[in-house]
Ligand binder design. Structure first.
Ligand code: HEM
Length: 131
């Protein structure tokens, strides 16, 4: 299985457990990155849910990266339109990974760890290339 498939497997397990991690993830993210908390202070739960859904989709699908693809377009929007800075991404992606890991407990496997690691690194590498 590819890194993305291992990530997908971990998220399927979350779905099977019928867990909604949205609040936990944003709480952890805002603790790690207070500047993001300030920026998202007024965003409503629906917006946060949609952002997280899109992020899950992106982590599970490497074809959304690269020239003219979703990730670059979304980063452009965030940097230009929302006042987000590049250094806010690592904490966000790692908070998501850590909350999934924490929720899965013993169902979290080494291939989940390496899959998430590779997908996060790939996104951060691409981010570093962008202006
Ligand atoms: C790969 C990572 C990310 C993806 C895919 C993503 C996706 C999105 C999407 C789809 C929206 C619009 C939601 C809607 O209104 O329907 C959004 C809004 C927003 N995102 Fe992100 N996001 C990401 C990372 C971040 C990070 C790291 C920050 C840092 C604080 C951030 C801050 C915001 C803000 C401030 C808004 C607008 C909130 C508002 O309209 O009130 N995002 N994001």
């Amino acid at each position: 299985m590819s890194a993305a498939e291992h990530v997908t497997d971990s998220l399927n397990k979350i779905a099977e457990l019928d867990l909604d991690l949205t609040q936990t993830i944003y709480q952890q993210y805002f603790t790690r990155c207070p500047a993001a908390s300030e920026l998202m202070h007024y965003s409503d739960p629906h917006m946060r849910g949609r952002m997280l859904e899109q992020t899950f989709g992106l982590i599970m699908d490497p074809s959304l990266q690269g020239e003219d693809q979703y990730f670059r377009w979304e980063v452009g929007n965030h940097l230009m339109g929302y006042g987000v800075s590049k250094d806010m991404y690592a904490d966000y992606l790692e908070s998501i990974r850590d909350c999934v890991k924490g929720a899965l407990r013993e169902a979290w496997q080494p291939q989940h760890e390496s899959g998430w690691q590779l997908r996060i690194q790939s996104l951060l590498d691409e981010l570093a290339l962008l202006n």
